[in-house]
Design a protein around this ligand. Structure first.
Ligand SMILES: Nc1nc2c(ncn2[C@@H]2O[C@H](COP(=O)(O)OP(=O)(O)OP(=O)(O)O)[C@@H](O)[C@H]2O)c(=O)[nH]1
Ligand SMILES: [Mg+2]
Length: 413
């Protein structure tokens, strides 16, 4: 984040703005960018021409698009394949939670059922009946389940994929949508194998066997071997679940990546870091947009800023799963007392002021500390307002908290 502070160019120098924007976007990997290359070019184009208003409105539209673009995920598969469990895993809810997708051994999925993500309102996961149970040819099945509404399809199986599911995949491609084959319950397979062959058991080999067994069906049906993701809905940080998430993010259109990434459970430190990076991009865009129009640097902090910052911090805590409610759930799952979890995190105390001190004063103190750690006092005339630096500080704090909590609770599982 050092580069954000070192740039103190004044607002009228468009050359600096252009190079700063270009440099920032260049450093972000293509597969994690939240705005498209065309949008980046458009911003640069306006800036080069000195059309500040134009650049500002392009960023404004891009941010609105990121906030509002609906994401719809279709999850299909035969009864008992693990659809509900997969949906619950993606929504970060436990089966016994009130609005969890019902998991069970009986066939509970007869029609498509939408499940909204509890934190990301634009994300809906759709539980679809398996193609085998519907008795329709693929094209009709896709029409019935309203295929055009989804961003992609997850085809789930706890055994091998059926010929009908392979045909479904072909039909999905024909409709210009993406599909992903997901083989669930590999934890069960590994356990069974271990029981039956305790001496010669080799986990990697078993996984390889499951994979080639699945792939066989494709070659037998003259289809190219697709990537098959072997997962366990009970152990998300293991096997191919993290790779599946990376693949989904990479394949999504830029503007949908931000919310999808934020929706994902904190299963690994890499996943948390990814959330951090994606949120940083968003704040950066907001700050940059704001800075384009700011003619006078805002020196102090107004009460409105303070209120908004409070809201932001709380929002980040929820998104990163380090808010009070999440801590309670985590405490219950990991059997670590909630007070202990609170004690090892920093974000719950960020807004605690000492006697007589206002939040505004406290925030300025954070800024001073932050600035001196980054090598020097914050220069006036930054085109990023101070409130944005505070958002970066908050973001860093919740990220660190999420990692600390992951380490503590993971070691207990
Ligand atoms: N060990 C293990 N069990 C799983 C996994 N995924 C699902 N299960 C269990 O398998 C059973 C069926 O899972 P569901 O998620 O209800 O399957 P479904 O596809 O929604 O089934 P229907 O609603 O009947 O269509 C439940 O008891 C789950 O707890 C997994 O990855 N590993
Ligand atoms: Mg179900």
């Amino acid at each position: 984040m050092g580069q954000l502070l070192s740039d103190t160019s004044n607002n009228e120098d468009n050359g600096d703005l252009v190079s700063s924007a270009t440099k920032y976007f260049m450093e972000i990997k293509a597969e994690t960018k939240i705005i498209s290359q065309e949008t980046i070019h458009l911003i640069e184009f306006h800036l080069k021409k000195g059309n500040i208003q134009g650049a500002n409105s392009v960023i404004n539209d891009a941010l609105k698009n990121i906030d509002n673009a609906p994401i719809n995920v279709a999850v299909t598969g035969e009864s008992g394949a693990g659809k509900s469990s997969f949906i619950n895993a993606l929504r970060g809810v436990e089966p016994e939670d009130q609005d969890a997708a019902e998991e069970g051994v009986t066939e509970t999925t007869m029609m498509r059922t939408p499940y909204k993500h509890p934190k990301i309102k634009t994300l809906t996961l759709w539980d679809l009946p398996g193609i085998g149970t519907m008795n329709f040819p693929p094209k009709d099945y896709l029409e019935k389940v309203k295929f055009q509404e989804y961003d992609f399809f997850i085809i789930v199986s706890a055994t091998r994929f059926t010929k009908l599911e392979l045909d479904l995949a072909k039909a999905i491609i024909f409709m210009k949508k993406n599909y992903y084959f997901v083989r669930t319950k590999v934890d069960n397979d590994l356990q069974n194998e271990k029981k039956s062959k305790p001496r010669t058991f080799d986990g990697e080999k078993t996984l390889q066997q499951i994979r080639s067994y699945c792939v066989n069906t494709f070659t037998q049906n003259n289809m190219d071997e697709p990537q098959i993701f072997l997962i366990s809905n009970r152990h998300l940080s293991d096997y191919d679940f993290p790779i599946l998430m990376d693949t989904l993010i990479k394949d999504l259109p830029n503007q949908k990546r931000h919310n999808f990434m934020l929706s994902l459970p904190n299963i690994t430190e890499a996943a948390i870091d990814r959330k951090h990076k994606i949120m940083q991009q968003y704040i950066w865009l907001e700050a940059f947009k704001d800075g384009l129009l700011a003619t006078v640097p805002v020196v102090g902090m107004i009460r409105d800023d303070v209120e908004k910052l409070k809201e932001k911090l709380n929002h980040y805590r929820v998104l990163f799963g380090v808010d009070d409610e999440s801590l309670q759930v985590m405490a219950k799952d990991s059997q670590v007392p909630v007070e202990q979890l609170r004690k090892i995190t920093k974000s719950p105390y960020l807004l605690e002021t000492k006697k007589e001190e206002t939040l505004g004063e406290l925030f300025l103190k954070y800024l001073e500390k932050f600035a001196s750690a980054s090598g020097g006092p914050l220069a006036l005339g930054l085109y990023f307002r101070k409130t944005f630096y505070l958002q970066f500080i908050f973001l860093d704090t919740v990220t660190e908290d999420a990692k600390v909590l992951l380490r503590v609770t993971y070691s207990k599982n």
